[in-house]
Design a protein around this ligand. Structure first.
Ligand SMILES: *Cc1c(COP(=O)(O)O)cnc(C)c1O
Length: 372
């Protein structure tokens, strides 16, 4: 008799808990037979992509019978210029998620340890276990990364450290000085990944771009994405910036055509569309102020966030509140899998969506029955 297929998988894969995505609008509408649900669950940009990216996507469908440019020449050219780096420092990914996987495949494996924080992005443990490495989760401090404790967790077996700045789901942010001190203190056999998926939202005097540090630190990898502020989550395109030596290694394990031609074209246009990013960030600032003012009015604790989302404490049974919100057509994100069973994470939306969420939240927390 063949053995149970479970037992045939790699030990890390057997232990892996699959990533739980936010619920798609279509799925909720289908399940509940409702219309006009709103998704505030996956930190997507409520404005969607800008006009330039939309036009580039439409144009790129002509020629779709050809494989994409496997080296992403045009997109890399735009990014290299914007970041003031050589194109050889760039690795393009099918979402920045792809880059996180590439770095784990290139540098970690059985017998290696990978350090990340409690309440950090769920993809870090997934890529770690998938390559057979051991994850070391370091307790958070004030919901964010405790860099002293993370440094103390680094040992001879450590190959990678993942840091999300700002962090998802908590929205916490590390200052430039403490982060640079950490990067400088990490021993030479360790790669540090600074995941800046929410870079555009996190500006501020004390927020580091980190790309300028690459000249000093050739074991540093900075990741960025077009999924959030650029509104292209569905296309799947992101990138890593590193030393050319590291980029060469990442590119060796990359699928030859990992980024599709529509994504390459749209990202090149989106990267230069500063006006759209500015509009998206301004909408987010207003929406964040709206949501946090409402939380304060309602006496709900929240974690101040530098991203386009915020975690609010809804009491013991966040799952029940999540379900009640679904019944009112509002999809947010339960984060019990992040060790935060009393919080919900909500993505900042347009003014009317934020208002609808707040109204639904109040009703859900009061245990009101659905009106219909
Ligand atoms: C959304 C997110 C990503 C980006 O995912 P993509 O694969 O680029 O869509 C990466 N890191 C964090 C922390 C995120 O929240």
């Amino acid at each position: 008799m063949p053995r149970d297929i479970q037992s045939l998988a790699l030990p890390g894969v057997q232990r892996l808990r699959p990533y739980q995505p936010g619920k798609p609008v279509d799925e909720l509408e289908r399940e509940l037979g409702i219309e006009h649900a709103v998704k505030m669950a996956s930190n997507e940009n409520p404005l969607g992509p800008g006009q330039a990216a939309r036009e580039a996507m439409a144009a790129a469908t002509g020629g779709i019978e050809f494989y994409p440019d496997g080296n992403g020449f045009s997109l890399k050219k735009v990014l290299a210029k914007r970041h003031g780096v050589d194109a050889a420092c760039l690795t393009l990914g099918n979402g920045s998620n792809d880059i996180l996987e590439l770095v784990a495949r290139a540098f970690a494996g059985p017998g290696c340890e990978v350090v990340y924080a409690q309440h950090a992005f769920a993809v870090y443990p997934i890529v770690t276990l998938a390559v057979g490495a051991t994850g070391v989760e370091v307790s958070a401090r004030d919901w964010g990364h405790d860099l002293d404790a993370m440094l103390a967790a680094v040992n001879d077996r450590t190959r990678l450290v993942f840091i999300a700045n700002p962090n998802n789901p908590t929205g916490t942010v590390l200052g430039a000085e403490e982060l640079r001190t950490f990067v400088a203190a990490v021993p030479e056999h360790v790669i540090v990944v600074i995941d800046q998926a929410y870079f555009e939202y996190a500006r501020g005097a004390d927020y580091a771009d980190c790309i300028g540090w690459l000249e000093r630190f050739d074991r540093l990898l900075v990741t960025r994405t077009f999924s959030k502020a650029h509104g292209l989550a569905g296309l799947r395109v992101g990138y890593g910036v590193s030393s050319p030596q590291m980029a060469d290694l990442l590119n060796r394990v990359r699928q030859p055509f990992n980024v599709n031609s529509i994504a390459l074209a749209a990202a090149a246009a989106a990267a230069e569309d500063d006006a759209h990013v500015r509009a998206s960030v301004e909408l987010n600032d207003r929406g964040m102020a709206q949501l946090t003012a409402e939380f304060e009015r309602l006496g709900l604790a929240y974690i101040p966030s530098a991203g386009n989302f915020v975690c609010v404490e809804v009491g013991g049974d966040a799952m029940a509140v999540y379900q009640a919100l679904l019944h009112r057509g509002v999809i947010v994100r339960p984060i019990d899998v992040y060790g935060m069973p009393g919080h919900l994470r909500v993505t900042v939306g347009r003014e009317r969506d934020n208002a609808r969420f707040i109204e639904a939240l109040q009703a859900a927390m009061n245990g009101d029955r659905d009106e219909d």
